[in-house]
Ligand binder design. Structure first.
Ligand SMILES: CC(C)(COP(=O)(O)OP(=O)(O)OC[C@H]1O[C@@H](n2cnc3c(N)ncnc32)[C@H](O)[C@@H]1OP(=O)(O)O)[C@@H](O)C(=O)NCCC(=O)NCCS
Length: 166
């Protein structure tokens, strides 16, 4: 199911058949350098299940991003529920295949996810949770208008919270 489109991208819901697509990011040690580790195929399937649950329960989730021009899978972006310091939050998340970095695609998808969250879902606020050394991710958050709010420890990692209100 297509959720929305941007100039260059189509965002659709993921399903069980997306394991190989997800593994193009999850098995790449460079793409996963700011995560605790790369992920296995089993973890990719749990990730898919987690997103299917979010689609069903909250109308949110990470969506698969494909190039409109040729259908190529380029990454995932969307909105995911998170708990930060015991507060319920909605996060804009983005993970892209390395060969598609540096083209503004993550920013394009994140900006449209932000707008979807504010206008279609009526969310009052969105955040991004970013492991402190992940500069490319900080740049995406700033490009979509988020500003630094605080630093906190999440799973024992120094995590920056960026946020934007409607
Ligand atoms: C975080 C991540 C999505 C950022 O990807 P990215 O490609 O750097 O981000 P963008 O899509 O915004 O692209 C921006 C770059 O494209 C360039 N660019 C080229 N054409 C562009 C265009 N048409 N529009 C905008 N930017 C363009 C920009 O100049 C910028 O380059 P710079 O970073 O050298 O200044 C990517 O590093 C990633 O997937 N990392 C692994 C997963 C991850 O860590 N996710 C975040 C978890 S918090």
């Amino acid at each position: 199911m297509v959720v929305f489109e941007t100039d260059r991208l189509k965002l659709r819901q993921m399903d069980e058949n997306d394991e190989d697509n997800l593994m193009r990011i999850f098995s790449d040690p460079i793409a996963m350098q700011y995560y605790p580790s790369t992920k296995t195929k089993e973890q990719a399937q749990s990730w898919i299940k987690w997103n299917l649950k979010n689609y069903e329960n909250n109308d949110v989730g990470l969506w698969i991003c494909e190039l409109k021009e040729n259908g190529a899978y380029v990454g995932q972006c969307g909105i995911v529920p998170q708990i930060v310091n015991e507060q319920q939050e909605m996060e804009v998340g983005y993970l892209f295949v390395r060969e598609f970095w540096g083209r503004g695609l993550a920013t394009e998808a994140a900006r449209a996810s932000r707008d979807f969250g504010f206008t279609k879902l009526g969310l009052p606020r969105l955040i991004s949770m970013i492991y402190k050394p992940n500069l490319p991710s900080i740049k995406v958050a700033e490009r979509i208008g988020m500003t630094f709010e605080k630093e906190t420890l999440i799973k024992n990692r120094e995590t920056l919270i960026y946020s934007i209100c409607k």
